[in-house]
Design a protein around this ligand. Structure first.
Ligand code: SME
Length: 155
């Protein structure tokens, strides 16, 4: 079980004094990747025009361009809704980057009311992410986004 309250305060402490969004995104991703069990890929896809482009991540090299509405990430971005997928093989249009991935959660990143990207977390285990995980990860994303509002960078 992940202590999301502790992880959220660690994220805030790590990010609050740094103004550079790229550096903060890289550190946010590294913090979560090392804190969460049973995860094989974790990273940010950034909204660039009408597509998502690969940003800071931990794990195997991944596909770079994802169209809005395509795969799990593109669906989260197009609908602005978290996608919690217990079995990626059952998700229509799922984009395979790391063949080890079995379940996945993707959370839209909203800064100042606008979509800036998504956080994508993959696990080699089926049904890895519970409703509690979803709530905890959404809270972490909100902390990250709220701290990036008005700062300098790429998102
Ligand atoms: N599985 C994702 C693509 C990104 S990789 O998992 C890193 C999707 O279908 O959106």
């Amino acid at each position: 079980m992940t202590d999301y309250t502790l992880l959220d305060s660690q994220a805030e402490a790590l990010l609050r004094d740094e103004q550079d969004v790229l550096a903060n995104a890289a550190n946010f991703v590294a913090l979560l990747y090392n804190a969460l069990d049973d995860v094989n890929w974790l990273g940010i896809y950034v909204l660039r025009g009408d597509e998502l482009v690969l940003g800071p991540f931990q794990g195997q090299p991944a596909c770079v361009h994802i169209a809005l509405g395509s795969g799990v990430c593109g669906t989260a971005a197009a609908t602005l809704q978290t996608q919690r997928v217990p079995d990626v093989h059952a998700f229509p249009g799922h984009i395979v980057c790391d063949a080890a991935s079995r379940s996945e959660i993707v959370v839209p990143l909203i800064v100042g009311g606008s979509l800036v990207g998504v956080l994508d977390i993959d696990s080699p285990s089926a049904d890895r992410f519970s409703e509690d995980d979803q709530a905890g990860i959404e809270r972490l994303c909100k902390t990250f986004c709220d701290l990036q509002s008005g700062r300098n960078g790429f998102l």
